[in-house]
Design a protein around this ligand. Structure first.
Ligand code: SAH
Length: 242
């Protein structure tokens, strides 16, 4: 299979693509591609473009596109992670791994015990965007996940319209079972920050329709819990079928 390169949506217009910066360097220096070589480009929204390089100059690579297709979204429900804002490194690890595991949407939520509070909002979101793009590029995802602005847990719970909603809770949950997820339209998964959810937060989530689930008797780091929950739900809901 040809290597699929994720490009910015704006890099493609009509039957031409213009690659610059790191991506152009990657194509010319790492792949060692030049004029005449075939490339497969993806716009992060399921658009796939097949073409050939017809010009390399000034650190830019130009591609003549011969064929375009729209790929179907993956089988199974959409996966929506509500992630209790944790320290920066944990949030970044979670975003990277969740992208690899197929998450469709991540809402960073500010919880009572969140250590990290969103400061420098734009810079942080730009950094999260880079992490998600890097992970999507590495795992050749055709659809980029959406990363929302951080928001208070109460608002995220109120706005969550997923058909199936689970909250990972160390103290309250029944053991997670993937049964019943196969026909789901969208599954929302809430995972707490390092300090965990408070009892009041779990109660509020239950009132908003979230079922508390346990991931076993050991206490996992928040990033491990998010990854484990996504992997189990992806498997149980049919998202791993190609
Ligand atoms: N110090 C906290 C632990 C927080 S772990 C406490 O003792 O409550 C961070 C988050 O990961 C939790 O809020 C929960 O959402 C999830 N988590 C970790 N281990 C889990 C488990 N065994 N079952 C369910 N959720 C778990």
């Amino acid at each position: 299979m040809a290597k699929r390169l994720l490009v910015d949506h704006g890099a493609i217009s009509d039957d031409r693509a213009l690659l610059g910066g790191d991506l152009a360097r990657y194509v010319t220096r790492v792949l060692r591609f030049g004029v005449g070589d075939a490339l497969s480009l993806c716009d992060g929204e399921g658009g796939l473009f097949e073409g050939r390089i017809d010009r390399v100059s000034g650190g830019r690579v130009e591609v003549a596109i011969a064929e375009r297709r729209q790929l179907a979204r993956p089988a199974g429900p959409r996966l929506w992670l509500l992630y209790g804002l944790a320290k920066a490194s944990a949030t970044e690890t979670t975003l990277q791994k969740a992208t690899e595991l197929g998450v469709d949407r991540v809402t960073p939520v500010i919880c009572e015990r969140s250590v990290a509070r969103p400061r420098d909002g734009d810079k942080k979101r730009a950094r999260w965007g880079e992490i998600v793009r890097g992970a999507a590029r590495q795992c050749e995802r055709a659809f980029l996940p959406q990363v929302d602005e951080p928001q208070p847990l109460a608002r995220a719970l109120a706005d969550c319209g997923a058909s199936h909603k689970l909250i990972a809770s160390v103290a309250h949950g029944q053991t997670l079972s993937a049964e019943g997820l196969a026909g789901a339209g969208e599954v929302a998964l809430a995972v707490g920050p390092e300090g965990g959810f408070t009892d009041a937060e779990v109660a509020a989530a239950e009132r908003a329709g979230f079922a508390p689930v346990s991931l076993g008797p050991t206490i996992l780091r928040s990033e491990t819990a998010a990854i484990a929950l996504l992997a189990i739900v992806a498997y149980g809901s049919g998202r791993l079928q190609s």
